[in-house]
Design a protein around this ligand. Sequence first.
Ligand code: ZN
Ligand code: ZN
Ligand code: FE
Length: 764
Amino acid sequence: MTVAREIRIEGVVQGVGFRPFVFRLASEFGIKGWVLNSSEGVTIWAEAEEEVIKGFYREILAHPPKLAMIVNHSIKPRELKGYDHFFIKHSERSDHKDVIISPDVSVCDDCYQEIMDPNDRRYHYPFTNCTNCGPRFTIIMDVPYDRDKTTMRDFPMCPDCAREFEDPMFRRFHAQPNCCPKCGPQVTLRDLEGNVYPGFGHEFIKEGKILAVKGLGGFHLVCDATNRESVAALRKRKIREFKPFAVMCKDLEVVKRYCHLSPQEAELLESPAHPIVILKRRRLDDLPPEIAPGIHTLGVMLPYTPLHHLLFAEGLEILVMTSANISDDPLIIDNDEALKKLKGIADYFLMHNRKIYNRCDDSVTAVVGGEVQIYRRARGYVPLPVDLPVDPPAVILACGGDLKSTFCMTKGRGAYLSQHLGDINHYGNYQQFLYTIPRFEKMLDVKPEIVVYDLHPDYMATRWAKALKGLRKIGVQHHQAHMASCLAENQVTEPALGVVCDGTGYGLDGAIWGFEFFAGTVDKLERMAHLAYIPLPGEITIKHPSRMAFTYLYEIFGDAGLQYARKYLTALPSEEQQVLVKQLENRFNTVLTSSCGRLFDAVSALLGVCTRVQYEGQAAIELETQADITDAVPYSFDFNTATYPYTLGVRSTFQEILEDLQQNIPISIIAGRFHSTIAEMIIKVLERMRKDTGLSVVALSGGVFQNRLLYLLLIRRLAEQGFEVLSHRKVPTNDGGLSLGQVYIASEVIRKDVSCHSIEDIKN
Ligand code: ZN
Ligand code: ZN
Ligand code: FE
């Protein structure tokens, strides 16, 4: 008996070839009816024998198109209409916009073959794409996802492209950005004088010139990574002395030549997102030292647009590909802006006339201990949601932190994190924060009812949030948000233990926290232990680790510490040392801190590894690079349980480090022992906390856990001690993941209707 069923599929189902897939499947199964893109997702009307429809439904769920992500689905009986064929219905507009927009997808194999085939009409055409690949988030201005709602609306399709677009059996069926050399965007290669050149600029790159290249989410600055003069020039012109440059390699073979590459890392490089993957270099002398000074890793990606593939001609195999921005301002996305701001940096400009609507940096990832970790979540991942463990009782907007900023907006159980917005103390980044929020509201069709902010009174996002009128505002402590972020992505609602090792964050007592131990559920996290407080002599200390080393020496050893400082902190001028003594004595312009990042800074400077910081975490990263952890015996430390919260003291740690220094023990050994000390500290405290609370699930969060040496040592040791360890896989462990934790805490505070001393709650 023929029956009718209505099937609804929600999730990432538009712009991923879902309808042609359903169409082909329906013909295979002999099903009549239609398929339709609606604002909620995809709706299918199926008429056939009940068993046949069941098989069809099962197949859709079991083998959807590669890029699809099904979040919800349902099947309901309907009255038979008696269709005589299966067809694709035109999009209808309805009030709900529940379709999840797809992130940008790297060029697929089929499209790659076409651009490399001299007989194909898309030979060397840099904007070739299909339903399986191409731009999405970066060009989408509104939903539902149709060409007229993207920046491709400026390019009407030619008859050939229109035919492909209408053919349900073809892979460009309803590929919204579909285009060809006849009808689509075009590239231009020019110099600052306005002279235009043919081609993609290989000859200039080979000559050692620097190109500004417009990509998917913004411009890159590009040069030959094997040419020392070019790389050094780029560094000088960009006024960036130390921060490592990312590179793009022609293919996996080239990657393998320069870096160690596990099968999992190769898979990540080739995944649809094509992120930057941090890899360990094989040797340090095969590329100019200016690529990544002071570190042994390299951020590598593969070409992800046809234009990138076309850059690798005439023997070019590895290119520096660094974001085109000036001193931490937002990535440049506009042609005129590029010509103006990159004057004096880029020699040539490879630009095109397709607009970038949503700015999006390259994502940065690594495989650590067999798991993917995301350090910067942007292109290829945004705007996919992260599932919350609970249903938030309202639409929540969480504003995130300050550096590595992201915000997060909820829709149902989905937590939608914005792309990485950078340091929003910079005017341009703050502007981007301001205009990206309404874009997410539009894209998700939600209006936030609750806004969540970090307690730091000077954060730009905090000031902005507190000034909002007419909605409830909830302030959340920085490190509690870190821990909650880890619990959220691991779907934990039960009480747990947490360790947050971080740079800085505003504490509930006004001190700067950063090495914190909590226990409880996210709405009631109790601070059970922390690193003992030490004064932080002014904000500038964050950029000058020697000042932190000096502070530890002086605070711990008094006048004896001054002798050590003279001997080991040679980078710190003696006049500055004298001023510091006065400052510390009078507690002038100092704030107390328990930061783990600052402890790493102090040791890094004391060992002479890094004395001046130009990017966040630099001193710790360089210390990690130096460290040899084989057989590293931890130094002793003080675990004080006489007062509560418990504290960790480092007097004996510094004592023993100084002894090692006096005996000329290699820096690598001391650095290794220091890493192992931090791990032992954490274990010692957690063991006590487990005894006190009976809990043994531990969440690890905070920027310091980007330190792979520490992280791997710690998770191994924790497992040995019988702890169940939770860490970050979906959002960054650094402040990029903060907004997710803020959402989770606020959601639970409202849902359970609790008020807690650690949470500010303004109901107006
Ligand atoms: Zn394709
Ligand atoms: Zn065309
Ligand atoms: Fe943080």
